[in-house]
Design a protein. Sequence first.
Lengths: 163, 477
Amino acid sequence: MEKERFSRLQMTALVILRVMIGWHFLYEGVAKLMKPGWSAAGFLLQSRGPFADLFRGIAANSDVLAVVNNLNKWGLTCIGLGLILGCFTRFASASGMFVLGVYYLCNPLLIGYFYSIPMEGSYLIVNKNLVELAALFVILVTQSGQYVGLDRILHVWFQRLRR
Amino acid sequence: MAEDDKKDQQASSGKEAGTLMNRRDLLQGLATVPVLGLFGYALNKQIGYEKAQQEAVASPAAPAAGLSEINVALLGTGAQGEVLLSSMLKIPGLRFRAVCDIWAEYNQKRTVNLLSKYKFDVKGYEDYQEMLSQEKNLDAVVIATPDFWHAQHAIDCLKAGLHVYCEKEMSNTVEGARRMVLAARETGKLLQIGHQRRSHPRYIHCYEKIIKDARMLGRMVTVNGQWNRAVKPDLGAPQRYVIPEDRLKKYGFKSMAQFRNWRWYKGLGGGPIVDLGSHQIDIYNWFLESQPQFVVASGGTDYYDPATHEWYDTVMAVYEYETKAGRVRAYYQTQTTNGSQGYFENFMGDQGTLIISESEAAARGVIYRDVSAPAWDQWIQKGYVSTPRVLGPKPEGGEASLDVRESVSPDEHRIPITFRDPYHKPHLENFFNAIRGTAKLNCPAEVGYETAVTVLKVNEAVDANKRLSFTKDEFSV
């Protein structure tokens, strides 16, 4: 891996970005955990676009739906924790990108697809999900966890162990 | 990596044998942990805030300790008896002692088993007289038997010294209802009739605050109400639990089919207008604070087989009230062939419209302010209604204009009462609290009698095919 050289200010900015995204994920996860009987079915059933059948199929199959619900609740929470604490940052960012990608594909704003669901704001292909996904991409490739985060401690320990 | 880490690497290689990691590593490693602390704090505040909101609208928690226990018997544990029982199991301070139902093999057994799961050791009876003579420890009885038995059951229980909660309709005859009122008076025991909306927080809020206090609807001139229900097949019975003929006959049923579908038979029930309509027509009387003077009705067994459906499956009735504020015409319909828009009552005044329903699913409980009405700001401040959601005309393509013959859409406010308990719980609680002396009955026998007179006349009006009138004395005993 190339070692990019960033100034302290730049790294601080990246850490703040990482913590913000982490907080967002963490609250999304915790809010779902606290709501008894939360299910992804509502969101999945509203799916439009080329993958609509797949998502609706998931909602219809209660076994798969149960797994998906748990993955959502715990996954979001763990990704959020990982990002805030800077712990396994790369794994957390990659998973976060995957999650956001799936959410986007559930209701993709592709040209030619017009939905009757009223959305906040006006979007053309790019919506908030994609923006956050791109931001996570930045986090993924900049190792801010090793600058400020538990990854730094883990990294140091790992180096010690190797010697 | 940051520039200063290069310095770190140079420094760390020189202190292998020493500390595991230097202070910079530790500090920068743990620098974001306080963020979690902040998150936890914010989350805690949020939860506290939401809880406070919920408590503001929730019904008060279980009453204080030292609640005197009431010994209860259940008389009639069919479909409605089950509904009442599931509400009662959530009410503290009750002790179930006996269950009586003529369907010993099925309804009675099921209820006895259910109560034993809740650690109530109850005895099952088929004959209610036997229950009354053998059970010495009862305080109250909850009656959910077919309408034609209500009078006999209620009167005998009152005479045996018990307080009675009797399901609606009070009786299938005015005469039976009258005797019940007299028996309650004579014995001095409480008799509550099961019009449960009288204890429903949303209905009480609408009556006390919106209609009586604020008069937000202005002068009510028309009322509309309905209970539409989709087609339902007749109730059957599992073959191996069929009741023997002689027992059916002893209790007034010609057959098992009639026993299961008693509501449709003349002499046993009153048909949908009584089963369903009596709830809502009771609300008409309550909210209009008066009794009707005239009624005209049209109805018939238009859809189902008249041999098994003696009562009318479709009834449309128009009542005429002379209230203190003026004349009110109230329409009511019930049908059992289509369920569109379910059940609700709609009170229309010159300043506002109130649409209300017991059903939570229908999300009812809205009130519209007519554009010509005075502002409702003070009532919003007092929490009588929510802030409005403006429903203006939506121009399509920016060119549309409203036809001058159409009224401008009024603002929509919600009634800010959410109710998550079983529907019958408040009314049963009211009954038991009245027994303890901490409340007054919301639907005592006299009130139930007024409703019974009002409702039973509709069937007469359908038969007579002309406008029938009520006299003032008809409503009092």
